[in-house]
Design a protein around this ligand. Structure first.
Ligand SMILES: Nc1nc2c(ncn2[C@@H]2O[C@H](COP(=O)(O)OP(=O)(O)OP(=O)(O)O)[C@@H](O)[C@H]2O)c(=O)[nH]1
Length: 399
């Protein structure tokens, strides 16, 4: 058989390979430093993965030196460990179980290496070892690709995009390994070196896979950071909208949301009422039993208020012991009934010394097109009328 032309020799191939993996490892390492602060657990394993592959490529370079006896098996071990390390990173990243799924992966890497080692020790040539190696890599890539596919369903964009890219990398490895086997097969047992065009294509695919994988990881990291920022934003919004002590709407949120509900009521010609209520003699609870007990009574009352409302109604704390409820799609008669039941139920809220609380409430029915401020003024006037009439009652604004 004629010796084929060699456009690319082994040393150049391994040198390029080492540089590519080293660059990727450094790039990922830099991102990892910032990702760690944001809690991107698992990302570090991808840096390790790239470092292992760099080590593998470096040892391949050294295989033509006197260190060859150590470098050749060590580099093959590194490449066989590459795929399971990447999957380990993914599993930690997505907080998935590591065992028993990983046992198969590491088992295959170990057994595969043992087979390759025996073949190498028996003195078989490069082409024979290469065919065995590509068969093992194909199997590893198939298992890894299957894992990536099972994860695709359970993650959101852009993690899905990242996983898709990683899956593409695995598919590239499978196609390449099969092609490499077909190309190398005629040389098995011939003792000839690998054909040059094979090395060139391998190199290009190697670079493509490395770049694909690193881009995928960065994309996924970006997705994680975005998701965290979104969660933090939502939490901040929730805190701003909620009264910290009682858990009902804060004053600002109650006013804004009431404005929206009143507009909706007007547009759909539905009745809406505002009820403002204030505990009677609350100051005495604070003065006699202490501020913390006052807080506890406020919290208990707010829970009762939330439980007494229908879906679609809005409860808020306007300040101190004053609460308000916007009753949406609620007739004046129903609103009055709700208010009376609430005043009655308030008696079940007791302070630590056993005293029951009572409630005064003012009710105003929204005039279509009326602004929240005007409606509130009328409900507040009714509340004062309830206080003036002896407390523990509900008074409706006559307008
Ligand atoms: N424990 C507690 N007390 C508060 C809080 N905010 C305001 N207060 C107190 O609540 C009390 C409100 O008292 P008022 O509603 O004016 O008076 P009251 O004793 O309920 O009397 P009437 O409303 O006239 O029946 C004041 O003493 C405030 O200091 C709070 O977050 N926690």
């Amino acid at each position: 058989m004629a010796r084929p032309r060699m456009p690319l020799d082994l040393t150049t191939t391994f040198t390029i390979s080492t540089i590519v993996h080293l660059l990727m490892a450094v790039l990922l390492g830099l991102f990892w430093r910032s990702a760690r602060r944001r809690g991107a657990v698992g990302f570090g394993w991808w840096v390790v993965n790239e470092a292992v592959l760099t080590g593998g490529a470096l040892m391949l370079l050294a295989s033509s030196t006197s260190l060859g006896w150590l470098a050749v098996p060590a580099s093959n071990a590194a490449f066989l460990a590459g795929m399971p390390t990447l999957e380990l990173g993914l599993r930690i990243w997505f907080r998935r179980r590591i065992w028993p799924g990983m046992a198969w992966r590491w088992g295959l890497a170990l057994v595969g290496f043992a087979i390759w080692f025996v073949v190498w020790r028996q003195g078989h040539d490069y082409a024979t070892r290469s065919v065995i190696f590509t068969a093992l890599t194909t199997l590893q890539a198939l298992l890894f690709g299957h894992y990536v596919l099972t994860q695709l369903r359970s993650v959101d964009r852009p993690s899905r995009l990242g996983l898709g890219l990683i899956g593409l990398g695995a598919a590239l490895i499978i196609v390449m390994s099969l092609w490499r086997s077909v190309q190398t097969w005629p040389y098995v047992g011939s003792g000839l070196p690998a054909p040059g065009h094979l090395l060139a294509v391998l190199m290009v695919v190697n670079i493509a896979v490395a770049v694909t994988r690193v881009s995928a990881m960065l994309l996924m990291l970006h997705g994680r950071v975005e998701a965290r920022l979104q969660a933090v934003g939502m939490e901040l919004e929730r805190r701003a909208n909620t009264d910290a002590l009682t858990g009902v709407a804060s004053r600002a949120h109650f006013e804004a949301a009431s404005g929206v509900l009143l507009n909706q009521a007007r547009a759909s010609r539905l009745p809406a009422c505002l009820m403002v209520c204030d505990m009677d003699g609350f100051k005495a609870i604070n003065d006699q039993l202490g501020h913390p007990e006052g807080d506890a009574v406020l919290t208990r009352f707010a829970a009762l208020l939330r439980d007494s409302l229908r879906q679609g109604d809005l409860a808020g704390r306007l300040g101190g012991d004053e609460f308000a409820v916007l009753l949406f799609n609620c007739s004046p008669a129903t609103a009055r009934g709700i208010g009376e039941r609430l005043c009655q139920a308030a008696g079940a809220v007791r302070a630590s010394d056993g005293r029951a609380i009572s409630l005064s409430a003012g009710l105003a029915v929204a005039v279509p097109g009326e602004a929240f401020e005007a409606l509130y003024r009328r409900a507040d006037r009714a509340l004062y009328a309830a206080k003036a009439a002896g407390r523990n009652r509900i008074v409706a604004d006559p307008a």
